[in-house]
Design a protein around this ligand. Sequence first.
Ligand code: GLA
Ligand code: ZN
Length: 686
Amino acid sequence: MTRCAFPKILYGGDYNPEQFPKEIWDEDMRLFRLAGIDTATINVFSWSLNQPDEETYCFDWLDELMNKLHDSGMRACLGTGTAAHPAWMARKYPDVLTVTYDGKKRKYGRRHNSCPNSPTFRRYAGQMASKLAERYKDHPALLLWHVNNEIGIRCYCDNCERAFREWLKQRYGTLEQLNQAWYTRFWGHTFYDWEEIVLPSALSEGLQNSNSDQTAFQGITLDYYRFNSDSWLECYLIEYRAIKEIIPDAVVTTNFQGNGTYKPLDYFKWAPHLDIVALDIYPENHTPESYMAFRYDLMRGLKDGAPFLLMEQSPSVINWKAVNPLKRPGVMRLRSYQAVARGAESVMFFQLRRSLGAYEKFHGAVIDHAGHEHTRVFRECAELGQELQRLGSGLLGARTESRVGLLFDWENWWAVELGGGPSVHLKYLDQMQKYYDAFYELRIPVDFIHEGTELGRYDLVVAPLLYMAKPGLARKLEQFVQGGGTFVTTFFSGIADEHDRVVPGGYPGELRRLLGIWVEEIDALFPDRRNRIVVKQPFGLLDGSYECRLACEIVHPEGAETIAVFGEDFYRGSPALTRHRYGQGEAWYAATEPDRRFLGQWLQALCEAKGIRPLCAAPPGVEVAERAKDGAIYTFVLNHSDAAQKIHIGDDIRQELLSGGTVSGEIELAPKGVMILKHNRALAQA
Ligand code: GLA
Ligand code: ZN
């Protein structure tokens, strides 16, 4: 794994000069310099240009571009360009074309259009990565590598089907094991030959529609999802290895999509193979700030707290929603610092110059169709660019410290939503976001963790909707709690094993001993229905009555205390919140989806009990986040609101890095204002 050492927070983004006459390139370099732009992501969609036919490769334009970047003092994030195959390839080798969930064989078109198990795609993508590495290995402009682009469509073609069978043979060894795992005695599905197995598409097991991901056989679909994620990982690794073979210390990454919560790819499984995690983020104007904060924290969690790259965001509009309003003045800067506050070491855009044709011609860009610097968007970008230059390298490598771990798991996410559960409205990300938001509002930093994370460094581990408890996890959580940790989980947890087979003997399965409860039944509530939670044993501010929704479970304590009960329906008076003292620690269970006020007060009390303190008090709309490095603490204060806001930062004098001045006591933030306060740890602890 290569360690990344950048000279400063990278600033720039996707640059597609191959769409423009060469005369414009020099003008672009002038504008980049003006805007403080130092990094260009290039060659992302240039496969057909670089390889006009099977035997011919020509990189003249790219040589020229690399040289020009270098002459202008810029660095390249070099794309391998394999996210859109050339038309000739599709014509000559139809195996590169995908088959959709509905079973349609696609024709040449769009992008992100290759089958991950196409031998042609794999061969030529690998060759392209080698050619590029060979050509640019000593080029001074080369900074890092960007493999493919937003990888990860699902394909249902015959090659994928054959590869799936091989993958299953590796996983299960025998058909007996597979039949067991998939529970195939149900609906007479016993398989006697590997060739009988087909992909779970709409033509076979799939029941997917626009609001649900359901399938008739969860075990099969779950394995297909794992297989598809692995197939793409292999494709990525073909290019990764091709590059590393020629440039062993190359920094290689790919841009994660779906704002970092892209369902088809298990990014926890991918992250170890990236030298640095990178993500694209495209919130709407009205997207809550905590939505982005969640995704940035998740990206940081993927590699155990390591910083990541913000590879793409729009400097202004996006163009692919039904309605695409402008990003308001100041918002691009504010949201850029939000990413940096949570671990980003770059601020990059899609795109640097706006296309003149095709699908993205109205997508925001640093340089607009007007072609000059006298635009609002350019001015805002240039101001930020200069600010980032002044910030220098101080923040690079700074880490976030947290005593709360939030367990996130792609396979669990898939399983929860593959169907047959209490309600199609039960969505994994919604539940995760609700718990995340409570900590966000409390200004308590969290780390996203996975089942392999060493839990000893956390005081509080929260695992909302831990439906699938993988082998060994319950034991690990028991040890954590025995040792004094506090564990929190929710309704619909511990139900299934890693094949999505129900654990017999009562819910929550293997978590039953730790939680000290037995869940007898699960009631689903229609979206407009509510129940109430009534607190019996006040805990911190948690007292009185609250609303709850979505699902209510009928819980029998088996050693746990009942802290709160349901207020309505035939299970009125039965436990809604329980606490089980176990070893030196406690395991808590919320048998429903509580309202925001309940979550805030409950989690606050849990943090207080553990001595976990908020970063600093701030009014609603003001986000606070911290990074630390070399004895210095950097506190980011971000005013997302449209009004000026005051906060009290204590009496110590701190440096404010953006203005270059010092501050203490009460400070005022302008609407959309940002401050980065630096102070040393010794002072902070005094
Ligand atoms: C994605 C892609 C880019 C571009 C942007 C537009 O993130 O990676 O190539 O299409 O979307 O928002
Ligand atoms: Zn395929």
